[in-house]
Design a protein around this ligand. Sequence first.
Ligand code: PLP
Length: 483
Amino acid sequence: MNREFYGKLIFELSKPGRRGFHVADNRLPEVDGAIPANLQREQPLQLPEVDEPTVVRHYTNMSNNNFGVDTGFYPLGSCTMKYNPKINEEVSSHHAFRNLHPDTPEMAVQGALKMYYELQRALSEIGGMAEFTLNPYAGAHGELTGLMVIRAYHAGRGDDARVKVIVPDSAHGTNPASAAVAGLDIVEVKSRPDGTVDVDDLRPLLDGTVAAVMMTNPNTLGIFEKNIPEIAKLVHDAGALLYYDGANLNPMLGVARPGDMGFDVMHINLHKTFSTPHGGGGPGAGPVGVRAGLEQYLPYPKVVKNADGTYSLVTDGESLGKISSHLGNFGVEMRALAYILSLGKENIGNVGPLATLGANYIKESLKDKYLLPIEGVCKHEFVFDGLIDKSTGVTTLNIAKRLLDYGYHAPTIYFPLLFHESLMIEPTETESVDTLDDFIEVMRKIADEAATDPEMVKSAPHNTPVSRPDDTEAALHPVVKYE
Ligand SMILES: *Cc1c(COP(=O)(O)O)cnc(C)c1O
């Protein structure tokens, strides 16, 4: 961090008359009265006046204040920050794709439609579904789309008594939120002490008013739901559909398919499962897949392959209509297909086992210092309930902040809500054992510091450019202009 620029706003680097550009004289005559007097600026615009190197250094230094998966290990559970291979960027920013106008006629964008079609097919194969739409822009948007498909299915059977969605208490917050946006009532089903859905609690909730049950598997605790076949039967016997939240499909890749487990509708977060850096809320894509018999309800446009090998857009049929403009988030889709094709069928099956191995390795190496509320094998992620020794008052928040001092992004904290001090760790499959070992060593060191020097841990971070911003205040009342 360069002291000259540290903490300064670009306006504070301004010197009257400094310039970083030169505009050639256009040699056109000035026309008096071309702009009406009341629209003319009386004072010159107050812009920072800086030379080009200052601008470049200012923004480069600012970017160094940020933490990304390209700067360090980012073990964010549930929201999965996966390494994005640079070849994906090259592919998705290729000018032939990047410069396409969304309204270009079909015959001139056959390559783009082929990319879209192939990703639809690849996801259908990976998910064990009959068909996928790539249109939704995010996981939550995929959930909403999937629930709209489910509503359309029930409406198509003339059954309009189904107004409820059952959601486990461990579910991601977007599940109940999407159900509410879809106009459905939310009923919560409890988890058992082992973290899986309590089938005995679920059974009496299932009746003719239930449209769907939403499940995440492995659930947000990283625990595999072993009772899915039984749950699928109960749900289907009650006339409802089973929804799979596949936001993070990492542990399943090449190992198991939601379609084979009895799920009817699912979404996948391309930005968590198939790379794409998505910090700060974007960009994302949440394609939705359905089993045979529900394809007709998927939103349009759909991309189909014709008998002569060309591709077309379909915008009619029983579809629930449009849920996004054009064909979704094309750049994210391209990265996902690049990720899938570079692994290929032979290697994609290693993703799940490696992600699972890494998570279990960290869990087992730290559980003598951090409280593991649910013992046993986890999948791609797991949750600690803070330190085992809480006597010095060091919290999960303090641990997360202290990790920043050591150059690690914090894990997900205070989610899921099942424990008071949740610390949710997910390594992803691309991290080497050396990275995992270093992280484990630092986590152990922090546990020791919490015992010997708790005040230092409580006041962390000490090495970051900004220490402890008030994140609630920053979200509610952001200061976005210089005064
Ligand atoms: C991230 C996540 C979502 C929501 O996805 P967004 O793209 O953030 O809308 C839903 N469910 C689970 C389990 C998730 O991890």
